[in-house]
Design a protein around this ligand. Structure first.
Ligand SMILES: *Cc1c(COP(=O)(O)O)cnc(C)c1O
Length: 358
């Protein structure tokens, strides 16, 4: 058992039935336990505990409901063929969570304690990690402002929780290209705003555009910059890459883009393979230009949920651009196979990304 002695553990006496492996979906079912700890300005973080999964009670004046002071993270645990349990780059999620906390005027979390909590909770609920190609256990740490006070100032009290959900393969039939609508009216984030924090409001703000895109038959939107609607930012809640004439391009981290851990891992893999990769401002116009000239070879999104999501078609102001004949590109496939190979313990973990839970 890994959880440090400072984490109190109360086990459930009424374990739930596990969901059928072929109906997992994403974030529908939750495991038997959760982690919770509290923060007050006087005591700091305290009362860290693993308890049976259960509802929580909050005062209706809790600041999270009114002013959205909250952050979250998302990472996954995998079961290897020989039965080991491992988590992908949890230290990177903890670092990013503290950057989000800082941006949202929320207290820093003790990363060693939270890493122990992730491992301890994953260990207790390891029977919930589904077997089967592409299945995994999604781990959702989050913090909410709980002080019951309507003044607009940073909350003096917070609750940190970790819940976990067994999730199915993002693409049950293997990786498949998606159609993406380039959003030219709504924006996700502005430089100087909270786009680089993993905070709830960014997602609420994106729902309207996402719904409109879905109505027109597109899976997701590609966000353009908030000032000029000209430069590429992200695809839905994924970072985005384009392979043009042998070089891979991705928008640089400018303050309004989320610093994805999959993005970072892809860049490391490409550099390791000596594939040229460039982080810079990228206009939607130059992507269309490259498409017209036959130089746009592949496009793909990156994120914890899908790992690699090939883009088969863009629609920008009514003009469709089909990429790689609408099929998955060779580099997208290679990246997917390598990342998932490392995550499921099939390939050597050369970068020390996996943290074993035992
Ligand atoms: C979480 C997220 C990503 C992807 O980050 P990963 O760490 O790779 O999962 C990208 N964009 C947004 C807006 C996100 O919320």
């Amino acid at each position: 058992m890994i959880a440090s002695t400072s984490i109190h553990i109360e086990r459930t006496t009424t374990p739930k039935a596990k969901p059928p492996q072929d109906k997992l979906g994403f974030g529908i079912y939750f495991t038997d336990h959760m982690f919770i700890m509290n923060y007050t300005a006087d005591e700091g973080w305290h009362q860290s505990r693993i308890v049976p999964y259960q509802p929580i009670t909050l005062d209706p004046a809790a600041k999270v409901f009114h002013y959205g002071q909250t952050v979250f993270e998302g990472l996954k645990a995998y079961k290897t063929a020989d039965g080991r349990v491992q988590v992908f780059r949890p230290d990177a999620n903890m670092r990013r969570m503290n950057l989000s906390n800082d941006r949202m005027s929320m207290p820093e979390i003790p990363t060693d304690l939270v890493l122990d909590a992730i491992k301890g909770l994953t260990h207790i609920d390891q029977d919930w990690i589904p077997d089967g190609e592409g299945n995994s256990l999604y781990i959702r740490p989050f913090i909410i402002a709980t002080e019951a006070l309507l003044g607009v100032q940073p909350s003096q009290a917070y609750t940190f929780m970790i819940i976990m959900s067994p999730v199915g393969a993002y693409y049950p039939e293997g990786i498949n290209p998606v159609k993406i609508f380039v959003e030219s009216h709504y924006v996700r984030a502005m430089i100087g705003g909270v786009g680089e924090a993993k905070t709830a409001g960014n997602y609420a703000a994106g729902l309207k555009a996402q719904d409109a895109a879905k109505e027109q038959g597109y899976t997701q939107v590609l966000w353009l910059d908030g000032a000029e609607h000209k430069y590429i930012e992200e695809v839905g809640s994924m970072n985005v890459f384009f392979k043009i004439d042998g070089t891979v391009y991705t928008p640089s981290l400018n303050g309004s883009i989320l610093d994805g851990i999959t993005r970072n891992s892809v860049i490391q893999l490409l550099r390791h393979w000596q594939v040229p990769v460039v982080e810079r401002q990228l206009s939607i116009e130059e992507i269309y230009e490259a498409g017209k000239n036959g130089k746009l070879e592949e496009a793909f999104g990156t994120g914890t949920a899908a790992v690699i999501s090939p883009v088969g078609e863009l629609n920008w102001l009514g003009v469709k651009l089909v990429i790689n004949g609408g099929a998955t590109g060779g580099l997208s496939e290679k990246l997917y196979n390598n990342l998932t190979g490392i995550q499921y313990g099939k390939l050597e973990d050369e970068f020390n990304w996996m943290v074993e839970v035992k």
